[in-house]
Ligand binder design. Structure first.
Ligand SMILES: Nc1nc2c(ncn2[C@@H]2O[C@H](COP(=O)(O)OP(=O)(O)OP(=O)(O)O)[C@@H](O)[C@H]2O)c(=O)[nH]1
Length: 372
C-alpha cells in the first residue's frame, strides 16, 4: 500500500511540474508573439532636407556618379531648347509667309518679338531689316526663313567669345565666382558646372560661400559628394570671404584645375552686396586670380532679371551669363536683351532640373531652336 502511495505522489508531482512547464512556455510564446513597442520617433537627420530634393539624393562616395558626356548632353538639350523656344520662330514664319505683308502683319511680327523678351530696340532693328530685305528682294516664303535666321543670328551675335575660363595660369587653378540673386539657380549651376568639368576629367574643388543659408551649403555638399568633388564649407553665418579663401587655398594645395565658388545673393542693397562680393574677390585673389565671374539669371523673370543684372554689373566685373530655366519659359529673347544690357555673352543655359541639364550656349544652335 505504501509503495502505491509513493507512486501516486510521484505521478502527481510530475504532472504538476509538466503543467507548470507548459504554462511557462506558452507565456514565453505570447511574449515573443506580442507586437513590438512602437519605435521612438526621433528628429530627422540634418541631411533629410537635402534628401527631399529629387535631384540631390545622398550618395555614398563608393557610388560615384559618372556625369553625362558633352556630346550626348548637347543632343538631348538642343531638343529641349527647340521644344520650349520653337514657338517664336514658327509664329514669325507663319506671319512672314502671308500673301501680303501689310501694316497689321508687321505689327504682329513686332508684338511676337516683344513677347519673347527680345527688347524694344532690337525688335525695331529686326523689323526694319526684315521690311527692307523682304521688300527689296521680293523674297519668296522659302527665303523668308533664311532671312529671318540671319537677322536673329545677328542679334544673338555669334562673334562673342563664349568659352568658360576654367583654367588658371602660372600653375594656379582657374577660379570661377558664381553670383546672382537667391533662387536664380546659382547653387544648382555650380553643381552642374562641376559635373561638366568632372566629365572632362578635370579636378575640381567647390567653395560653399553662401553661408547665410545652411540648406544651400548642404545642397552644394551633396552635389560634390555625388561626383567625388571636395566641397569646402564654413559654419552657418560665417564670413563668406573666409570660406572662399579656404576653398581656393585648398584647391591650390591639392593642385586642382578649377575652384568654383558659390556666393550669397542677398540683394539687401547695392552697397552691402558690393562690400560682400568685393571682399570675396579680394581675398580669393591673395591666392589666385579669379578667371571667370558668372552671373546666374532666371530666364523666367523678364525685366526683373535685367534690373538684377544691372546691379550685379555695377558691383562686380561679370564675364559671362548663365541663363537658367530656359526650359520653363518661351521667352528665349532674354538672351538678346541681357547681352545687350551687360555687353557680356551668355555662356551657359540651364534647361532643366536634372543634374546634367546645363549646356554651353551656341548662337547658331539657339537660333535654329527658335526657328523650330
Ligand atoms: N526648370 C529648371 N529649374 C532650375 C534650373 N536651374 C535651377 N533650377 C531650379 O531652381 C531652384 C533654385 O535653384 P538653386 O540652385 O537653389 O538657387 P540659388 O540661386 O542657389 O538659390 P539659393 O540656394 O537660395 O541661394 C531649384 O529648384 C532648382 O532645381 C533650370 O535650368 N531649369
Amino acid at each position: 500500500m505504501g509503495e502505491w502511495l509513493y507512486l501516486i505522489i510521484g505521478i502527481a508531482v510530475l504532472a504538476v511540474v509538466a503543467l507548470a512547464g507548459l504554462v511557462a512556455t506558452r507565456g514565453r510564446g505570447r511574449a515573443v508573439e506580442a507586437p513590438p513597442a512602437p519605435p521612438t520617433v526621433t528628429a530627422p537627420p540634418a541631411e533629410v532636407e537635402v534628401d527631399a530634393s529629387p535631384e540631390a539624393p545622398v550618395v555614398t562616395p563608393q557610388a560615384l556618379e559618372r556625369p553625362e558626356g558633352t556630346a550626348s548632353r548637347l543632343v538631348r538639350l538642343r531638343q529641349r531648347l527647340a521644344s520650349s523656344q520653337g514657338g517664336l520662330g514658327r509664329g514669325l514664319l507663319a506671319l512672314l509667309s502671308r500673301e501680303r505683308l501689310d501694316e497689321d502683319t508687321w505689327e504682329s511680327i513686332e508684338d511676337t518679338l516683344l513677347a519673347a523678351d527680345i527688347g524694344v530696340v532690337p525688335t525695331q532693328r529686326v523689323v526694319d531689316n526684315l521690311r527692307t530685305r523682304l521688300r527689296v528682294q521680293g523674297t519668296e516664303v522659302a527665303d523668308a526663313r533664311a532671312v529671318l535666321r540671319e537677322e536673329l543670328l545677328a542679334l544673338v551675335d555669334p562673334s562673342m567669345d563664349r568659352r568658360l575660363q576654367v583654367s588658371g595660369t602660372d600653375g594656379n587653378p582657374g577660379v570661377v565666382l558664381v553670383v546672382g540673386v537667391n533662387g536664380a539657380g546659382k547653387t544648382t549651376t555650380v553643381g552642374k558646372i562641376a559635373r561638366i568639368l568632372v566629365a572632362e576629367d578635370l579636378k575640381v574643388t567647390l567653395g560653399a560661400a553662401d553661408t547665410f543659408r545652411a540648406a544651400a551649403v548642404d545642397q552644394l555638399a551633396t552635389w560634390g559628394e555625388r561626383v567625388g568633388v571636395e566641397v569646402i564649407r564654413g559654419a552657418e553665418g560665417s564670413d563668406p570671404a573666409s570660406v572662399a579663401f579656404e576653398a581656393v587655398k585648398q584647391g591650390v594645395e591639392a593642385g586642382v584645375d578649377t575652384v568654383i565658388v558659390d556666393t550669397a545673393g542677398r540683394l539687401q542693397n547695392k552697397q552691402g552686396l558690393m562690400d560682400e562680393l568685393g571682399k570675396v574677390k579680394r581675398v580669393i585673389e591673395k591666392q589666385a586670380p579669379v578667371t571667370e565671374v558668372l552671373l546666374v539669371l532666371d530666364a523666367t523673370t523678364g525685366q526683373n532679371g535685367l534690373i538684377q543684372a544691372r546691379v550685379f554689373r555695377e558691383v562686380v566685373d561679370v564675364t559671362g551669363i548663365v541663363l537658367t530655366k530656359l526650359d520653363g519659359s518661351a521667352k528665349g529673347g532674354i538672351v538678346v536683351a541681357v547681352q545687350r544690357e551687360l555687353g557680356v555673352p551668355v555662356k551657359l543655359v540651364g534647361l532643366g532640373e536634372g543634374p546634367d541639364d546645363l549646356a554651353p550656349f551656341d548662337a547658331g544652335a539657339f537660333v535654329d531652336a527658335l526657328l523650330g
